[in-house]
Design a protein around this ligand. Structure first.
Ligand code: ADP
Length: 446
């Protein structure tokens, strides 16, 4: 690009310089011709000196001539100059009263010649010829070309070196980022890309990459924790089961004792089966392989069906459960899965609320279907509120109550499969409120 630019600029400067030099020469010639014309009338005048004063030592060669109207040297006019060539065209022009500029190549030099008629009283009195050697112009042009030819490669080299240096400096942070990105592996996602100090595109790219790494690190560590937790959860019932079987096999038992061991083993197997079922559901939901059926489900009917069982459950726990519905609310999805949402939330509310507490279930339809499950239990600490939906997260009281920590993770998964969302609000000591929003079935009116 620099070379192209230099070529265009150099070409333009060359054309302008050439034209300027030629115009200068022609203007000087004209001034000299006028001087010769006026001075030649006065025999006493020192024509040569006058010209030299006007045009400088260039005129020292005395390149001027006075001719008669037909172009012959006029001995009476005492010409002292060199004999200058007079072309037929210049003579024709002079006879017509016009001046002529010509460039003439002599064996020794090239000349710019002006032939000018001197008119007096409507008559051509004589012709004046003035010439300037063009070697000064040539020298100026040659010097210009030399400078251009010398400076252009320097400028191109300078631009290339500067460009190389600048690009190197600008891209150095990219190299540093590539270097740190190479060091980051799935086993060690705690490393970060070096962030350049400037807040430019590269700085933002590095921060963007670091944000992505932070998210990946969270996802990886939660996946790792998930498998560790799952293994741990499965191990406990299996250990109990194994212990019971071993004890039963160690000695001869009565049929009643075998029955008791088998009943206890069945409990553990049920627990294992439920856990495996939940894990399978979450894994399928993650993989997106089993979208829920798109039936038209009336949430009020779901609540009405589950109501008596839930009320009985609450009474067993010594709480009072109120279900408040207000006409049918239609959503698209799977009735058993939505029932699971209701049961999970109400079961938690009953499980964590101390005896004598209250649980309110409310179904409303304002734009979206809104299911609220509120209790007057111990509430959830602010730090834990963001984590209750995590898989295997259990608050302190939950451990004694035998929860797996999968209930809310599963609930959120089901809600999200139905295109909805779930939130938790809680004031520790004052109770907890879970809210589920689900898109209502299009075109359906309650
Ligand atoms: P869990 O099987 O332990 O009940 P969940 O996923 O259902 O698992 O709940 C996760 C944790 O959230 C619980 O261990 C408990 O600490 C907290 N939690 C859930 N619901 C409530 C509630 N209504 N009141 C207080 N804490 C709750």
């Amino acid at each position: 690009m620099v070379a192209g630019l230099l070529a265009v600029l150099g070409g333009a400067a060359w054309v302008l310089l050439d034209r300027g030099l030629r115009q200068n020469v022609d203007v000087s010639l004209q001034a000299a011709a006028v001087t010769v014309a006026t001075t030649s009338r006065d025999p006493a005048a020192q024509l040569g000196d006058a010209l030299e004063a006007l045009m400088g030592p260039m005129m020292a060669g005395r390149l001027y001539e006075l001719l008669d109207p037909r172009g012959r040297p006029d001995p009476r006019l005492a010409t002292r100059g060199t004999r200058l060539p007079l072309s037929a065209e210049a003579l024709r022009n002079a006879e017509a009263g016009r001046e002529t500029f010509e460039t003439v190549e002599l064996p020794t030099m090239s000349l710019r010649v002006l032939t000018m008629p001197i008119v007096a009283g409507g008559q051509i009195e004589r012709l004046v010829q003035v010439a300037v050697p063009l070697d000064a112009v040539e020298t100026a042009r040659r010097r210009f070309l030399l400078i251009l030819a010398g400076l252009a490669p320097l400028a191109i080299l300078g631009a290339a070196a500067g460009g190389w240096w600048l690009a190197g400096r600008a891209l150095a942070p990219v190299d540093a980022m590539v270097e740190s990105a190479r060091r980051i592996t799935a086993e060690d996602l705690s490393q970060r890309v070096a962030v350049p100090p400037a807040d430019d595109e590269l700085g933002r790219l590095a921060s963007g990459l670091n944000d992505m790494l932070a998210r990946l690190e969270r996802a990886f560590s939660s996946a790792r924790r998930f498998s560790a937790d799952a293994a741990h959860e499965l191990r406990t019932p299996l250990t109990i089961l194994k212990g019971e079987v071993e004890v039963a096999l160690a000695s001869t038992q009565t049929p009643d004792e075998y029955r008791r061991v088998l009943a206890s083993a069945q409990e553990e197997v049920d627990r294992l089966a439920a856990l495996v079922e939940d894990l399978l559901f979450l894994a399928r939901a993650d993989a997106g392989v089993a979208p829920p059926p798109q039936d038209s489900v009336d949430l009020r009917a779901v609540l009405d069906d589950a109501g008596p069982a839930l009320i009985a459950l609450a009474e067993r726990g010594g709480q009072h459960l109120t279900v408040d519905t207000n006409g049918p609310v239609l959503v698209r999805g799977s009735a058993p899965l939505l029932l699971r949402v209701v049961v999970n939330l109400v079961d938690n509310a009953i499980k964590y609320t101390p005896t004598g507490g209250q649980v309110f279930v409310r179904l409303a339809a304002a734009g979206q279907a809104e299911l609220t499950v509120r209790d007057t239990g111990p509430g959830i600490a602010a730090d834990d509120q963001a984590r209750v939906f995590d898989r295997f997260f259990r608050g302190d009281p939950a451990r004694e109550r035998g929860g797996t920590g999968l209930g809310l993770a599963l609930t959120r998964s089901i809600v999200q499969l139905h295109g909805g969302r779930i939130t938790v609000e809680s004031q520790p000591g004052q109770g907890t409120c879970f809210r589920v929003w689900l898109p209502r079935e299009m075109g359906a009116t309650p």
